[in-house]
Design a protein around this ligand. Structure first.
Ligand SMILES: *Cc1c(COP(=O)(O)O)cnc(C)c1O
Length: 368
């Protein structure tokens, strides 16, 4: 069994992908051509925003948003510690200071109460909040948006895991001033390499990000900003356009897989199932449990041929690279508890009922 089985998807639409790649190869237009433009248009419409900008990765999408916002140098950015390292790494790269905030133990997303508290305490030192829609579950934007507005700070969505998710009918990628997503192969909409996209309704911000992804160029060989080489490749865009045609169906398949897990795994006292708040549709990037004896159950499953993952074993505020920020063991108790308890099970659209039944059987056997 594989944790994410990309081969099963490829068996369905691989032929179409190969044709799309050949089309781009033969066109010899490899950089910022019709495929990237078409994907930007299709995804902007799909997410429900005015502008989408294809970029080199989810990491660069986040970086370019922060860079384009031109926030005061050295100001603080509130963000979760329970996330992939990129969320915090780009804050530093943009000349800002990450300030980690604890999570909501139900959803693993930013605790709105903790954000409010930090905003009160740090006042004008804070310039932005980056909320991650972790594991495919949108953060609590209905409360974060008015809170950030009240304090005059910019809200950004890290939607790298949550493309396809919804919150009361609004799609992930449409929250805050701008959002970043990733097309890393393991994400819900994954390409065949690195790629990402920025979404926003802000015309000026979109224009600046378009310039920043091409070295800050605003007209040919004229550089207004200090940018990067942050473009999405034509070949990736062509592949993603094929996969986008299957995306709705794959999201529904993921939902079915999640429903089967809920059915199969209910009633095991040592296992806590994910919580999906009212009005939320998850993209089910991960199916993440809280379990008792996490490391032992993980080893047991691995010995029986079941791959699992731990996202994330060491929270960012305890990582050596962020040690200088002044956080330590005990700073974010809910985050640290989650890091000890979480276990992600195999999750992808083509996971079979029998495979899930086996996983459930083994979990029951372990706890018996
Ligand atoms: C994957 C991911 C990123 C980075 O995306 P890349 O395309 O790998 O650069 C950023 N934030 C989160 C939460 C992610 O899961």
């Amino acid at each position: 069994m594989r944790f994410i089985d990309l081969a099963r998807g490829y068996a369905r639409y691989g032929k179409e992908i190969e044709e799309a790649v050949l089309r781009v190869l033969r066109s010899t237009q490899y950089i910022l051509g019709p495929e990237v433009a078409a994907l930007e248009e299709e995804l902007a419409r799909w997410v429900g925003v005015r502008y989408a900008i294809g970029v080199s990765s989810g990491t660069d999408a986040l970086y370019l948003i922060l860079k384009a916002l031109d926030l005061p140098a050295g100001s603080r950015v509130l963000l979760p510690s329970f996330t992939f390292v990129a969320t915090a790494e780009v804050v530093r790269r943009a000349g800002l200071v990450p300030h980690f905030v604890d999570l909501d133990p139900e959803t693993f997303n930013l605790s709105v109460e903790a954000v409010a508290e930090a905003l009160e305490k740090l006042g004008s030192e804070v310039s932005a909040v980056v909320a991650v829609s972790l594991f495919g579950l949108p953060a609590d934007f209905l409360r974060l948006e008015p809170l950030c507005e009240k304090h005059g700070v910019v809200l950004i969505e890290d939607a790298c895991q949550s493309l396809g998710a919804e919150l009361f009918g609004r799609r992930s990628g449409s929250f805050g001033r701008a959002a970043a997503t990733s097309f890393f192969p393991a994400k819900p909409l994954g390409g065949a390499g690195d790629g990402g996209m920025v979404f926003t309704n802000d015309a000026e911000l979109a224009e600046r990000i378009r310039a920043l992804r091409v070295h800050g160029q605003t007209r040919t060989y004229f550089y207004e900003y200090s940018g990067i080489n942050g473009r999405l490749d034509e070949i990736q865009a062509a592949i993603l356009r094929v996969k986008l045609r299957y995306f709705e169906e794959e999201l529904r398949l993921r939902e079915g897989v999640a429903r089967r897990y809920f059915r199969e795994l209910s009633g095991i006292p040592e296992v806590r199932l994910p919580v999906v708040p009212e009005g939320v549709r998850s993209s089910w990037a991960q199916f993440t449990l809280r379990v008792k004896d996490r490391d032992r159950v993980r080893k047991f499953l691995s010995e029986k041929g079941i791959p699992t993952a731990v996202y994330y074993p060491l929270p960012l505020h305890l990582q050596p690279v962020f040690r200088d920020l002044g956080f330590s063991e005990g700073s974010l108790p809910e985050t640290e508890r989650a890091a000890r308890e979480v276990l992600s099970l195999p999750m992808h659209p083509y996971l079979q009922a029998e495979e899930q039944a086996l996983i459930a059987h083994l979990l029951r056997e372990f706890y018996r």
